[in-house]
Design a protein. Structure first.
Length: 269
């Protein structure tokens, strides 16, 4: 049995199936960890959702910022962005079933000696603390009042964590860290405007994984989200968003021996 962690798919169903063929993935014995952003920008988001959902417990799927965006759009709180490719999901006959399945996915996962999160972790958070905080957002998304959380989820403030945060502000910070974080300061102040390569950063900011004495450093962390970064395997981090939706590659990491397998994506496949 093998477990493979796979980077951001973003609606590239054909590429996902090609990668699984390369891996000789057998759903009867193998398992998948998906770092989030199953949907959007690529052409086959509906097919990706249906396929991953069909895998049941054989796939551990995290929520990424694009997945949460789908939930917010579907709830009517924001309009689709230019470039979104979510229309097929929103008009699908199984739309409600898929959306309900999606909002029950995890914000963070740990097992087999690894932790997995879509974007990153603040330097002050240990893996056990981050997992506990992730459960708070998961509870909000799965509860009867999930629509209220989605209505107020967006926003860049507060831009740092405090243990005494409460309510929507607390949930928003946790969500922003786990689904949007790229850079922060040593004390954990976040900045969301920089989306390019980790060069020419604002003064005092650095990639989250490079912050000295990061408390999660002792556990290998698998993440995605930062397509401009590309494949990164330093600082006990495996960043697997290798820009499939932008015509680059889709990447998989076999957890047992850290073997990396990639397939070419072409243009939006």
């Amino acid at each position: 049995m093998a477990t493979y962690a796979i980077g951001d798919v973003q609606g590239c169903y054909s590429a996902l199936r090609r990668l699984l063929d390369q891996l000789r993935f057998d759903p009867a014995r193998d398992r998948l960890w998906l770092v989030g952003d199953l949907v959007n920008r690529g052409p086959q988001s509906l097919a990706v959702l249906r396929f991953v959902k069909s895998l049941g417990a054989r796939a551990v799927t995290l929520l990424g910022n694009h997945d949460l965006h789908l939930l917010v759009v579907a709830a009517g709180h924001v309009k689709p962005h230019r470039g979104d490719t979510l229309a097929a999901i929103l008009r699908a006959p199984d739309r409600d079933e898929l959306l309900d399945w999606l909002r029950h996915r995890k914000m963070m996962h740990a097992g087999a000696g690894y932790a997995m999160v879509h974007a990153g972790l603040l330097p002050q958070w240990s893996v056990p603390k981050a997992l506990k905080l992730a459960r708070e957002v998961e509870t909000a998304l799965r509860g009867d009042a999930y629509n209220n959380f989605l209505r107020h989820m967006y926003g860049n403030q507060p831009d740092r964590w405090r243990d005494d945060l409460k309510g929507i502000a607390r949930l928003r910070v946790i969500t922003n860290v786990m689904t949007r974080l790229r850079i922060c300061t040593v004390d954990g102040k976040m900045e969301f405007a920089h989306k390019g390569k980790p060069v020419n950063l604002p003064r005092g900011y650095m990639p989250w994984y490079n912050v000295p004495r990061r408390r999660s450093r002792g556990t290998p962390v698998i993440c995605g989200h930062w397509a401009a970064l590309g494949l990164y395997t330093g600082s006990n981090v495996f960043a697997l968003d290798t820009g499939c939706v932008w015509g680059r590659t889709l990447s998989a990491l076999r957890l047992s021996d850290q073997l990396l397998v990639q397939c070419g994506c072409g243009a939006r496949t």
